[in-house]
Design a protein around this ligand. Structure first.
Ligand SMILES: Cc1cc2nc3c(=O)[nH]c(=O)nc-3n(C[C@H](O)[C@H](O)[C@H](O)COP(=O)(O)OP(=O)(O)OC[C@H]3O[C@@H](n4cnc5c(N)ncnc54)[C@H](O)[C@@H]3O)c2cc1C
Length: 324
């Protein structure tokens, strides 16, 4: 027989957004269920040093932070499910969702916190040097490269913004782009071209991230000219891959409004989606900030919005009963 679970609040995703929603939802008495997905704890579980999450004077470890968040959510009454949602029916309330083993989840409100994965180049050395010189987030890791030589790979808005951001820490920033022009907005390009500490390598594809001897981490990037085929090497301490993100929303296509890049659309300054009772939080609906603390903040907002939605719905239902 297929298992089934009913809850006032179902949360998809166990990153900072999902777990913060769980903490607030549990403390509001909604006994939330969190479906953790393939990456319990979310993206911070694949990083090491985190220095910008408030509350900790010393550097903390991403996986440790997420374990603590989960423990806090469970402590106040949230329930974790090691499952991944593969099907949703949001046509009427209660909503019905299905896990990959066939488990049915029935819920009065739904918080979507499925995140957005950074896109990677898929070249040699990239995965092995992740957190040891190779990163996909300048805001997160730029600080660790104070006074060092860094490169950003990409040609869109994110790449240009990351390059400009890195000049706060480094006097030697190189933007590597595989074409001879950028896709980024004109105004960003103007700021980039005008910056004395940024140089641009045009028509260069990344072939390999090169590790140093022993535990030295990244020391260079092997490049190939996309026009002439000529190879070269750029010595760097940090390499930031900025070629975009993929929001985890395939499952929601046709059920909820998504923008042109696939991000879940939520009301400005809030978390309501176009389906009443469904809320979006964290990177899945935020292509601007993409930080653990902003995701956690949105998770809190989504739980508060869901709690208010339920209170209103309960009040209306009670009033209809009295009138009838
Ligand atoms: C290498 C790296 C280093 C970073 N360093 C920092 C840092 O130092 N400081 C900082 O503030 N930010 C950092 N970030 C960014 C930060 O990790 C994200 O902004 C944050 O994790 C977003 O939280 P989220 O809850 O929205 O999504 P995520 O953390 O991405 O979590 C998404 C969750 O959704 C689940 N999920 C997906 N699909 C389904 C499904 N179908 N069913 C159920 N669950 C599903 C996943 O399993 C996962 O648990 C870093 C990111 C990376 C990749």
């Amino acid at each position: 027989m297929t298992a089934s679970h009913s809850t006032r609040m179902l949360i998809l995703g166990s990153g900072p957004a999902g777990l913060s929603a769980a903490i607030y939802g549990a403390r509001a008495g909604l006994a939330p269920i969190v479906v953790q997905g393939l990456q319990p704890g979310g993206q911070l579980t694949i990083t090491t040093d985190v220095e910008n999450y408030p509350g900790f004077r010393d550097v903390i470890q991403g996986p440790w932070l997420m374990q603590e968040m989960q423990a806090q959510a469970e402590h106040v009454g949230a329930r974790m499910m090691w499952d991944t949602i593969v099907d949703v029916d949001l046509s009427e309330r209660p909503f019905r969702l299905k896990g990959d083993g066939g488990t049915l989840y029935v819920c009065d409100t739904l918080v979507i916190a499925t995140g957005a994965q950074a896109k990677w180049l898929g070249v040699e050395g990239e995965a092995a040097l992740g957190g040891k010189g190779v990163s996909a987030c300048a805001t997160c890791d730029g600080f660790f490269y104070r006074g060092k030589k860094v490169a950003v790979i990409g040609g869109g808005n994110t790449a240009v913004e990351e390059a400009l951001y890195l000049t706060n820490h480094s006097q030697d920033v190189t933007l590597i782009h595989r074409r001879d022009s950028l896709r980024a907005e004109k105004i960003l390009q103007e700021r980039l071209f005008a910056h004395p500490n940024i140089k641009i390598l045009w028509n260069k594809g990344v072939e390999r991230f090169v590790a140093g001897e022993g535990n030295a981490g990244l020391v260079a990037i092997d490049l190939k000219d996309t026009v002439t085929g000529e190879t070269s090497q750029l010595g760097v301490d940090g390499g930031f891959v900025a070629i975009g993100h993929s929001p985890a929303t395939e499952l929601l296509r046709g059920h909820l409004e998504l923008d042109e890049d696939g991000y879940l659309v939520v009301e400005k300054g809030g978390t309501r989606t176009n389906v009443p009772g469904v809320f979006g939080a964290g990177d899945v609906s935020d292509k601007t900030y993409r930080q653990a603390v902003t995701a956690a903040g949105m998770g809190c907002m989504a739980a508060l919005d869901a709690e208010r939605f339920l209170a209103e719905a309960d009040f209306e239902a009670a009033r209809e009963t009295v009138v009838a």
